[in-house]
Design a binder for this molecule. Structure first.
Ligand code: SR1
Ligand code: MG
Length: 403
């Protein structure tokens, strides 16, 4: 196939075999389309006889969940592949291994993380991942700091800024995260009980809009590091031993806070979800304690490792000035809280939601959970200068009730 066509479960085996010699000649194939994201086709092809498998991800030329009427740049498949390869090197394998990329079909063939679970799914089953905070902060600190001007030759870094220009995917974030949830209409999607609340608490809060505007222009203008661009818990595979980050198709040079903030937001939303889903008791308390610790550790380990790695890898003469690294980190942490707030709001009233909140079965509790989420998010945005430690998050998250 040297011309783009959409793959299907009928064509996928021949396709993989035309591109790789991954499977043995006596393979017995089983294939399924497992994509549950908003944009792409994802297939798993398995040889049940020899117990081997691969993942094939094909970028569609439109947003999948739009049914076809929202065109989208398929070159995101090439960006995703290049970023996975770079991140594999930078993080010693905290992302899946890429086997090949096909520029005609915009298909990446990669390692099947069959013994991992998508973190959002795992958290919704109240599992905990003791090594997660340590491993994800390794990923964040290495991918962000090592692609920044603090470390890279500045001309080489500017070449990467050019290489990873990703206007259509950035526009999704600019609109869906930083604009529409704070305005009436657009592609916003919310339950009836949120319509008036969104109007008064979000669209009519000018002080909030001013802070979100600052964060939006930081996202658009601060080419600080090569971001993943969508680090929610659906972009992370976990098990008890390991963490792997997938789906960096939103990658571009932007503010480090965008990656850290998205992650923090998704941990907090699972906390709120747990309060709504589970009755008081040991199971609920254990999961809340785990999420609280994970949130605190993500922030604190990120800060600690960032400062440590900085000393080992900094090359820019001026960046070595005493006090600069602390100033730089503080800015990242402050904006992390702002990003977390925007992510929490857009997942409540915007185009793309999260199962954590939407699946709460009881109507009253779901309404309380969504409104609590929005109010905490506003607090994070407006008071983001106070959120530079894990303890600061721990304090406000611990105080959340749905009573
Ligand atoms: C149209 S894409 C909607 C959302 O899905 C992706 O995972 C990103 O989070 C994006 O904002
Ligand atoms: Mg994705």
């Amino acid at each position: 196939m040297d011309k783009y066509v959409e793959l299907t479960t009928e064509t996928i085996v021949d396709y993989v075999n035309s591109k790789t010699d991954f499977f043995a000649s006596d393979a017995v194939y089983e294939c399924e389309e497992i994509g549950d994201g908003n944009l792409n086709l994802v297939f798993r092809v398995k040889d049940t006889k020899n117990n081997t498998s691969v993942i094939i991800k094909q970028a569609l030329p439109y947003v999948r969940v739009s049914g076809g009427d929202w065109p989208m740049d398929i070159n995101r498949g090439a960006i995703e592949t290049a970023v996975l390869e770079l991140h594999y090197e930078l993080t010693d394998g905290l992302v899946p291994k890429v086997y090949s990329f096909d520029r005609d079909m915009y298909c990446v063939i990669m390692e099947d993380l069959y013994d991992y679970t998508i973190m959002r799914t795992g958290l919704l089953e109240y599992n905990s991942y003791p090594k997660f905070a340590d491993q994800i902060t390794d990923y964040l600190v290495k991918t962000l700091l090592l692609t920044s001007d603090v470390v890279m030759d500045h001309k080489d870094k500017k070449e990467l800024v050019k290489k990873y220009i990703n206007p259509e995917l950035c526009e999704i974030t600019e609109q869906l995260v930083y604009t529409e949830p704070f305005r009436i209409g657009g592609r916003n999607d919310m339950e009836d009980f949120l319509v008036d609340f969104q109007k008064t608490e979000l669209a009519e809060d000018e002080e909030l809009s001013l802070e979100v505007a600052k964060l939006k222009f930081d996202f658009m203008n601060n080419a600080q590091a090569l971001l993943h661009g969508d680090v929610h818990t659906g972009s992370i595979f976990v098990n008890q031993e390991n963490t792997r980050v997938i789906d960096p198709e939103f990658a571009f040079y932007g503010p480090m806070a965008y990656d850290v903030g998205a992650l923090v937001a998704n941990l907090i939303m699972n906390y709120i979800s747990t309060l709504a889903w589970l009755p008081e008791g040991e199971k609920r308390q254990n999961h809340l304690d785990y999420l609280l610790t994970a949130t605190k550790d993500v922030v604190d380990l990120f800060a600690e490792k960032f400062l440590k790695l900085w000393d080992e890898v900094v090359t820019d003469e001026m960046a070595k000035t005493p006090g600069f690294k602390e100033w730089y980190l503080e800015d990242v942490l402050v904006n992390t809280a702002g990003v977390a707030g925007c992510e929490m709001i857009r997942r409540s009233v915007g185009f793309a939601h999260v199962k954590d909140l939407d699946s709460i079965p009881d109507d009253t509790l779901r309404e309380k959970a969504l409104k609590t989420n929005i109010l905490l998010a506003k607090h994070l945005i407006k008071n983001r200068h106070e959120f530079t430690t894990g303890a600061a998050y721990q304090k406000v998250v611990k105080e959340i009730t749905l009573d």
